[in-house]
Design a binder for this molecule. Structure first.
Ligand SMILES: [Zn+2]
Length: 359
């Protein structure tokens, strides 16, 4: 358990992940992204599978669905690759699949969205159906998207007042997702993104023939400093009962008012039953708090403003990217220790849960 598992750039995180997976004799696959990273480096979604040949159960840990949130997910994956827990999993008939950098473009370039300003956690959806209207986001879009950066004091005040007025709106809420403003926040896209296609292919390859799949998708940016909220989406009562038996009563169902996250549509783990029919699936999001909400929101607004202003001066660009990084990755040892400690407990509970499922 060491803060040293955290990297300072996507490039470093990827190199360390591949090296550790290689040392652990994992089966590695790389899905190269068509674009380059912030340092001109190749970027990719990499997977490492640690398994015996015919493990009936699968534990997936994914990182970087929201770009720089991947600093934490990647550290959790690196810690697991060095953990004897991995051996316990394989001894119990559990294959472990680590998906590194679901959104490698955002991870490297320090943006929560992908190369097309898509929020990937709103993109895994049925595109033959219209995305539901989000009148709450509509109310606030113009305020969220300032005409200049940094935004004026008047804009900040108006936005704070509007956010206070809309607080508690959850179904939908401001961040539930929207398909109307490609330049806005929480944009779902109008077709499956590159990452969507890659993740689906990975799941088809590794998941369809398993008996049971557990999936932990690691996020940051919501909730109290360093606190890991165990979030569970909308599933059958049987699946919820199983999840509570594995993870305890502090599992938070995202449709309930106490969750840090509002109802969202198009979540990354939500499509798993579609790709793996007949497999029991227990998915969860592990969401760690970083900075107070207004600081995170300001970073996201900067990111959106920058996407619409590619001619922004280099110094301003660097400042905005740095704010996004700081909003999703607290570069402090106490915070890192909290991330890894809670992740290990969660991974251990998940492995115990999967191992105890009926064969
Ligand atoms: Zn996230």
């Amino acid at each position: 358990m060491t803060a040293a598992h955290f990297s300072q750039s996507y490039r470093e995180a990827r190199q360390r992940f591949l090296a550790a997976a290689g040392a652990r004799r994992a089966a590695i696959e790389s899905h190269a992204h068509p674009l380059k990273g912030a340092e001109g480096e190749e970027i990719a979604t990499d997977t490492a599978l640690v398994s015996t040949a015919d493990a009936p159960n699968l534990l997936i840990v994914s990182s970087g669905t929201h770009g720089p949130e991947g600093f934490s997910g990647s550290a959790c994956q690196l810690a697991l690759l060095h953990d004897p827990l991995l051996q316990r999993a394989t001894d119990s008939g559990i294959a472990v699949l680590l998906i590194h950098a679901v959104n490698p473009y955002g991870f490297s370039h320090l943006k929560r969205t992908n190369e097309d300003n898509i929020d990937l956690n709103r993109n895994f959806r049925d595109f033959s159906q219209p995305y539901p209207a989000n009148p709450v986001y509509e109310e606030i879009h113009d305020l969220l998207m300032p005409t200049a950066w940094p935004p004026s004091e008047a804009n900040e005040e108006e936005l704070a007042a509007a956010m206070a007025r809309l607080a508690g709106r959850r179904d939908p809420g401001v961040s539930s997702g929207q398909a109307v403003h490609p330049d806005g926040l929480f944009y779902s896209g109008t077709a499956p993104a590159w990452s969507n296609k890659i993740i689906r292919a990975i799941l088809r390859k590794h998941g369809t023939w398993r008996r049971h799949i557990a999936w932990i998708d690691v996020h940051t940016g919501l909730g109290p400093y360093g606190h890991g909220e165990k979030i569970f989406g909308r599933h059958s009562p049987e699946t919820l009962a199983r999840a509570r038996a594995w993870w305890g009563r502090d599992l938070i169902v995202s449709s309930m008012a106490e969750s840090v996250s509002p109802r969202t549509l198009g979540h990354i783990t939500g499509f798993a039953p579609e790709e793996c029919p007949g497999v029991a699936i227990t998915p969860t999001t592990l969401e760690y708090g970083t900075l107070p909400g207004p600081a995170v929101r300001r970073a996201l607004r900067g990111e959106a403003w920058l996407a619409g202003h590619p001619d922004a001066p280099d110094a301003l660009r660097a400042e905005i990217r740095r704010a996004v990084r700081d909003a999703f990755y607290v570069d402090a040892d106490d915070w890192k220790g909290m991330i890894l400690g809670q992740f290990r407990a969660y991974a251990l509970q998940t492995i115990n849960g999967l191992a105890a499922e009926p064969k």
